[in-house]
Design a protein around this ligand. Structure first.
Ligand code: HSE
Length: 412
């Protein structure tokens, strides 16, 4: 049919229903941009949605979609790796462009799927996989293309940022804040992926692959979550002029290798990332020409994420016979330094007698704050390789000091 592009949506969960909603409610607006109607021909889901305005277009059978030659763009918003991977691969091989919000899929199979898309001359786009509604993939790939990117660092997980904000601002307990994030629909189906840092890790892997041209797999990245962060750490961090944020960070070193980590970090109040709260995400890209560019917005939730998916659908519809240049090669991790070589200044909270004096003897110059009468001290060290820090902290522990927590300090 003329003036119409048929698409299919795989999954009608939080994001999928948002995509259908935007395509239906913003039909005129999208037609004005594209010059063609985007027609939802099929929606794949195992559940029934009798109240949907497009209820008769639902199917439980993927074969109906793959075999439909009119469907030119397939939107994968099911989440998880399987069968998403198999479905996306088959769609690309069948000559259909694919749009996904699935960061797990892109982090695990991005290089392979981009290569298939290249061979088939179709598009594989995933703007929504990082930063929800924030444009970041396209700006990095196109608008910042003149730059050599030296570093990308960001608050990439809305759930953990929401939890940390509630702990910092309202003194809320971790579990209560997590429950609230789940009720608001930010958290993953299994929230361990959020709070253990895996979701943020997948996203920094995608940005690192894009920035430095070789796939970085999540297994190659040292990852820590926020489960061990306490209200006491939050209060000490404030005294050191910082807030605690879960940060994904990748940095290019003079050697040409990259240093990549996902971990909670003390972020100085003056950093652009310090005031990014609740479910908002913030991503800082350091380019050699631009200096710091910061992207900010809602990193999770139905309509923000669906907005990025729909923008990719429009892009695919505009370029049905032409590939958008988005590509990185496979990677073996040989361009990544080990976690022990990675350099950070560190925050330590400890309990024992004369902690500050003992720490100074081991670490040299430190800044410390002691809580009178409690034998509790927090101190910060100068920057050093993480492996060296661990050696020294083990010596401190052997000297009758209980180490309560250690957190990296972000140079952000
Ligand atoms: N669980 C994710 C988050 C959803 O909280 O950021 C968006 O990727």
């Amino acid at each position: 049919m003329n003036n119409m592009v048929s698409v299919a949506i795989l999954g009608h969960g939080v994001v999928g229903s948002g995509v259908a909603e935007i395509l239906l409610t913003h039909k005129q607006k999208l037609f004005a941009s594209l010059g063609e109607e985007i027609y939802i021909k099929k929606v794949l889901d195992l559940r029934e949605f009798p109240d949907s305005p497009i209820a008769e277009r639902f199917t439980k059978d993927f074969e109906e979609i793959i075999n439909d030659l009119e469907i030119r763009v397939v939107v994968e918003v099911m989440g998880g790796l399987h069968p998403s991977y198999e479905f996306v691969k088959r769609c690309l091989k069948a000559g259909k462009s694919v749009v996904t919000s699935n960061k797990e899929l892109v982090a695990a199979y991005g290089a392979e799927l981009l290569e298939i898309a290249r061979q088939e001359n179709v598009n594989f786009l995933f703007e929504a996989s990082v930063g929800g509604g924030i444009p970041i993939i396209r700006p990095m790939n196109q608008c910042l293309v003149a730059n050599i990117v030296n570093e990308v660092a960001g608050i990439l997980n809305g759930t953990t940022n929401f939890i940390l904000t509630k702990m910092i601002e309202d003194g809320m307990q971790f579990e209560d804040a997590l429950r609230l994030a789940q009720d608001l629909g930010f958290a993953e189906r299994n929230p361990a992926a959020d709070i253990e840092g895996h979701d943020a890790c997948r996203k920094i892997c995608i940005l690192a692959s894009l920035a430095f041209g070789k796939h970085v797999y999540p297994e190659m990245v040292h990852t820590e979550g926020i489960t061990r962060i306490t209200l006491e750490d939050v209060k000490y961090a404030e005294k050191f002029g910082c807030v605690i944020k879960l940060i994904g960070r990748v940095k290019k070193l003079p050697s040409g290798k990259i240093d990549i980590v996902t971990a909670p970090m003390l972020v100085p109040f003056k950093s652009q990332l310090a005031n990014i709260d609740n479910e908002f995400n913030g991503i800082m890209v350091r380019g050699d020409c631009t200096g710091d560019v910061v992207f900010y917005g809602k990193g999770a939730g139905k309509l923000p994420t669906a907005s990025a998916v729909v923008a990719d659908i429009v892009d695919c519809c505009m370029h049905l016979k032409q590939r958008r240049f988005l590509y990185w090669a496979d990677g073996k991790g040989d361009n990544i330094i080990s976690v022990s070589e990675s350099e950070f200044a560190m925050y330590v909270r400890a309990k024992g007698k004369n902690v500050a004096a003992k720490a100074e003897a081991l670490f040299g110059s430190i800044q410390s704050i002691s809580t009178p009468g409690s034998h509790r001290t927090a101190f910060t060290t100068e920057k050093m390789p993480y492996g060296q820090f661990i050696e020294k902290i083990n010596k401190l522990a052997a000297d009758d000091v209980e180490i309560l927590s250690t957190i990296r300090i972000g140079d952000l």
